[in-house]
Design a protein around this ligand. Structure first.
Ligand code: FES
Length: 106
């Protein structure tokens, strides 16, 4: 388990115990975090699971791979710390990860 926090654009916090090996997106859906739509179900094909990685965590979550980078072009207000939450796998060393949900999805 790793602690995972989603912060919505209006400042609501969702603190979740996320099983290692699941994706951040799966945890958002399971816990009804508003603003994560995940239309494609995690196939990296929709960009509606877009999140901003808290600055303190960007080094640990790493860079998006090429396919994710291409999809991020369709995300609403992409920023340098943008990621698709279905492509972030929960690991022990991501315990405490904070992800911010954009105002809206693509
Ligand atoms: Fe579709 Fe992440 S759920 S890209």
């Amino acid at each position: 388990m790793a602690k995972l926090t989603f912060v919505t654009h209006d400042g609501q916090r969702y603190d979740i115990d996320a099983p290692v090996g699941t994706t951040a997106m799966e945890n958002a859906i399971r816990n009804d975090v508003p603003g994560i739509e995940a239309e494609c179900g995690g196939a990296c094909a929709c960009a509606t699971c877009h999140v901003y990685v808290d600055e303190a965590w960007t080094a640990k979550t790493g860079e998006p791979e090429a396919m994710e980078e291409d999809m991020l072009d369709f995300a609403f207000e992409m920023q340098p710390n943008s990621r698709l939450s279905c492509q972030i796998k929960i690991r022990d060393d991501l315990d405490g990860l904070v992800l911010r949900v954009p105002e809206r999805q693509a």
